[in-house]
Design a protein around this ligand. Sequence first.
Ligand SMILES: C[S@@+](CC[C@H](N)C(=O)[O-])C[C@H]1O[C@@H](n2cnc3c(N)ncnc32)[C@H](O)[C@@H]1O
Length: 198
Amino acid sequence: MDSQEWDQRYAGTELVWTAEPNRFAVAELQDLAPGRALDVAAGEGRNAVWLAARGWQVTAVDFSAAGLDKGRRLAQARGAAVDWVRADVRDYQPEAASFQLVLVAYLQLREAELDGVLRRAVTALAPGGVLLVVGHDVTNLTEGTGGPPDPAVLYTPESITRSLGGLTVVRAERVRRSVATADGHREAVDTLVRAIRD
Ligand SMILES: C[S@@+](CC[C@H](N)C(=O)[O-])C[C@H]1O[C@@H](n2cnc3c(N)ncnc32)[C@H](O)[C@@H]1O
């Protein structure tokens, strides 16, 4: 989907996602000491705002103006300050060695483009910094619910870790989350990768 399609998706007043942070972001990041964080493809800002409210200095990047506007409103409602940046992450070059955390959550790009994004995310990490990548796993097509139907934009643990040269991979696995659907609760399958810059 291009930025106009995302703008259309975010056009209503209701949040497309939720105001609450992703559960894996919470579980993986809640014990980190705050520093500078980069939220890549931040969408409506649920994770960026949660981090900012916990004391992080957050830069949130997305190419959807409508998504970022919703993020700004959420931040205002929560009294959180976030630096919102409208940019295409396929070109965006973050400051090198500057962030204690880079988060990439549910960014749907083809593998070659995602590889470039992840390699730039690696260079953005300060020594000791954490990279957390979460996204729809390819097995979600057969074993899970929701998410994009195009396998070209779905992750595997290996498809992510192969872009993370220079980092120590701490976790690279498939994780499941419960999703409320019209047919009751179903499970979605995600890839989760956590890595550290030594
Ligand atoms: C599924 S949403 C996830 C949003 C957010 N990370 C979250 O977890 O709530 C995917 C986001 O990626 C953004 N996106 C997709 N391709 C992008 C690109 N090339 N540059 C910047 N943002 C992009 C979309 O605008 C959308 O907000």
